[in-house]
Design a protein around this ligand. Structure first.
Ligand code: SDX
Length: 392
């Protein structure tokens, strides 16, 4: 049989590790980072504070947070030759493919970040990727938009400076928009970690071969790109737009989602663990109303989304399968209101998930977890004799 007698497709009932980072209760819709409720962190903390908490296990004092931010700022430069790699991509390249490639390419420019064994070497690799990833993300967007690439203004906060690198136009003064900064900061916190999801498990298993932090993150970006995972936030908006163009005919799309012969799924609905409302979706839905009102943005797809949610929560197909809106259902509506284009939605998810991936990789390395190497049940041919080609 190849070593085992039963398998668990998708690891629905398999625990891969012990972890002290994130606690989920899918039945009650509970999410906590290092014991702190997501609702409190989203309200009271900022993204870099939550990144520190996830990675090192404690909320930082003011001086520890400042040192962390300064260490990240000191690593926020990217070798000019990386721009040549970026230049090689057609403008049509999806940003997630560009980012996975550039993150992997960073290894060539930061060789010391490959074989990290000591906590100090891990810390150096961690602040490097936290410093460089926002730059790569903003540059990927700017390249597609045909805009110049720069480093923003390091004196700004982490999220504010990312927005400046994204949106500063060559000939006008960049003015921070507090509503946008706060909204993105909250969204990034809500995406920061989610225990052993597909992309985090990918980061852990690549990291378990001691391949290094940057390529483990690059692999996580690739896994997150899938429409069943982080790529759903882009697919949700594309679905809502299609419904809008179809005279808002949600019933047609609900029917498609329930039709087993149709591969279409209601994007932004369902979850492997949450069999109740995704607590992040609840917070994001509320934030969508607030941010759009603050920005004076009217977006017809928000009403379509709310209508779809209401219908699904009353539909036996969805109720029986405990399918609720997940983190991806409303987030794109806020990103769009901020001026972030739809192909950059999943990179926003990656920017938010980066600290979680880092925390999980660090925990796996510090706990000296063995290399990931599952077994199988063999269902192939029995022993066969080789046939020369003239006899085949
Ligand atoms: C994320 O794991 C994480 O924590 C992920 C994440 C994170 O923070 O890292 O939370 C982020 O990836 C959120 C999920 C984003 N994906 C989507 O919104 C895509 C649409 N959702 C589905 O593809 C699905 O719900 C998954 C992938 C999220 C979960 O899939 P599962 O757990 O493998 O469930 P399943 O595919 O076995 O579905 C169970 C049943 C099936 O029907 P039956 O065979 O029982 O008749 O529910 C149906 C499915 O057909 N179903 C759906 C559906 N989701 C599940 N039917 C229609 N629309 C859907 N969205």
């Amino acid at each position: 049989t190849g070593g085992v007698t039963t398998i668990d497709p998708g690891f629905k009932n398999t625990g891969s590790c012990e972890s002290a980072i994130t606690f989920l209760n899918g039945e009650e819709g509970i999410l906590r980072y290092r014991g702190y409720a997501i609702e409190e962190l989203a309200e009271k903390a900022d993204f870099l504070e939550v990144a520190y908490l996830l990675i090192f296990g404690e909320l930082p004092s003011a001086e520890k947070l400042l040192k962390f931010h300064n260490d990240i700022r000191a690593q926020s430069r990217v070798d000019e030759d990386v721009k040549k790699i970026l230049d090689g991509f057609p403008k049509s390249a999806h940003p997630m493919g560009v980012l996975s490639s550039l993150t992997s390419a960073l290894v060539a420019f930061n060789p010391s970040s490959v074989n990290v064994d000591s906590e100090e070497e891990m810390y150096n690799a961690i602040v490097r990727i936290l410093g460089k990833f926002p730059v790569l993300t903003a540059w990927t967007y700017r390249k597609r938009a045909g805009l110049p690439l720069d480093y923003g203004d390091a004196s700004l906060g982490y999220v504010d400076n990312f927005l400046k690198m994204m949106f500063k136009h060559p000939n006008d003064e960049y003015k921070s928009n507090e509503v946008v900064v706060d909204a993105l900061d909250k969204l990034l916190i809500l995406h920061a970690d989610h225990e052993q999801n597909c992309s985090t498990s990918t980061v852990r298993i690549v990291g378990s071969s001691h391949a290094g932090l940057f390529v483990s993150i690059s692999a996580g970006i690739a896994a997150l790109w899938g429409p069943l995972h982080g790529g759903a936030n882009q697919a949700v908006i594309e679905m809502l737009e299609a419904i809008k163009d179809d005279d808002g005919d949600t019933k047609k799309y609900m029917a498609k989602a329930k039709d087993k012969s149709d591969p279409f799924r209601l994007m932004g609905f369902g979850h492997r663990v949450y069999k109740n409302f995704d607590p992040r979706a609840r917070i994001i839905k509320k934030a969508a109303d607030e941010v759009l009102a603050d920005l004076g943005v009217e977006d017809p797809v928000l009403d379509i989304a709310k209508g779809l949610e209401k219908e699904a929560l009353e539909d036996p197909y969805f109720v029986d399968r405990k399918l609720y809106p997940n983190v991806d259902f409303y987030s794109g509506i806020i990103y769009r209101a901020m001026g972030i284009p739809v192909e950059m939605f999943t990179p926003m998810f990656a920017l938010g998930r980066l600290p979680g991936w880092i925390a999980q990789w660090r925990e796996m390395r510090l706990r000296k977890e063995p290399i990931g190497r599952p077994r199988q049940v063999y269902i192939g041919e029995n022993l066969r004799k080789f046939k020369d080609i003239e006899n085949r």
